[in-house]
Design a protein around this ligand. Structure first.
Ligand code: ADP
Ligand code: MG
Length: 271
């Protein structure tokens, strides 16, 4: 199929008019070898929007987040983040593939929080939060420490600054991971099932931190099975199945009056 051959887009310009979306996907395809995983994703996320992404295991949710975050290259279609075509830079009217260094710079603007917390085990909470600003942004240590302390306070962990990950609960580690992502001052936060690995009683604290971020106007894409969060915090809810967006809309509308049988079947299993 022709979608497996990456045709270089002929222009970097997203559709003009209105507010520029923070994320815009247009017929995005992704294959791993012969396995066609994303089969034409169309999606738009506006600045300050909280977009919740749901769907069965294996439907391509993580793969799509990884494409947004430059961890995977798409095979066809076009994907923009903050007005820039992912993977390319435009010079004159020609598009050039980004170099590794340029990709790394783009990735700094996107925070990602995974199911597993991925903290550095040999560093304290505050050192984990300072690491990016000091090592990547060359921020002075004293200033980075001050900001990290404020971020730990924001996620409710001011008193855990000196604790190592092994001394923290899963929920506390996940909140440190969120603070660490925020330390890079991202324009966009991607959450990939951030509470799925947590004991049920620890989920609420993490969701509260995410709710606070949403209230502060952070643009977020959240892959989650927490339908309560999607309903209360989400501006939009996107249901993906088998590599496509089956339906999307306001969370109350999608949850309360799903239009497609596949959505109804999925929701009957998770609600
Ligand atoms: P979801 O997050 O919705 O559960 P994923 O995006 O993780 O789905 O995976 C979708 C499909 O893509 C799965 O069948 C998975 O095995 C496959 N897949 C994901 N990453 C790779 C990879 N690097 N190589 C091969 N197959 C992959
Ligand atoms: Mg996944």
């Amino acid at each position: 199929m022709s979608t497996h051959d990456m045709a270089k887009p002929d222009t970097a310009e997203p559709v003009a008019g209105g507010v520029e979306p923070m994320v815009r996907a247009e017929n995005v395809h992704k294959s791993f070898g012969a396995a066609h995983i994303l089969k034409g994703i169309d999606l738009e996320v506006a600045p300050r929007e909280v977009c919740c992404l749901i769907g069965p295991s294996g439907s391509g949710k993580s793969t799509f987040l990884r494409c947004i975050n430059h961890l995977e290259q798409i095979n066809a279609g076009r994907l923009w983040v903050d007005g820039d075509l992912v993977g390319y830079r435009q010079r004159g009217d020609r598009l050039h593939e980004l170099r590794d260094r340029e990709v790394a710079a783009k990735r700094r603007d996107i925070g990602m929080v995974f199911q597993r917390f991925n903290l550095f085990p040999h560093m304290t909470a505050i050192e984990n939060v300072m690491e990016g600003p000091v090592q990547v942004k060359r921020e002075a240590k004293a200033a980075a420490r001050e900001r990290a302390a404020a971020l730990l306070e924001r996620v409710g962990l001011a008193d855990k600054a000196g604790s190592y990950p092994s001394q923290l609960s899963g929920g506390q580690q996940q909140r440190v991971a969120i603070a660490r992502a925020l330390a890079m001052e991202p324009k966009l936060m991607l959450f990939d099932e951030p509470t799925s690995a947590l004991d049920p009683e620890l989920v609420g604290d993490v969701l509260d931190v995410m709710r606070g971020l949403a209230e502060d106007g952070m643009t977020m894409i959240v892959v989650t099975h927490e339908m309560g969060f999607a309903r209360e915090v989400g501006d939009s809810l996107v249901f993906m199945d088998d590599g496509v967006v089956v339906e999307s809309g306001h969370p109350r509308q999608v949850l309360g009056d799903p239009q497609h049988e596949r959505t109804r079947t999925f929701l009957s299993k998770v609600l």
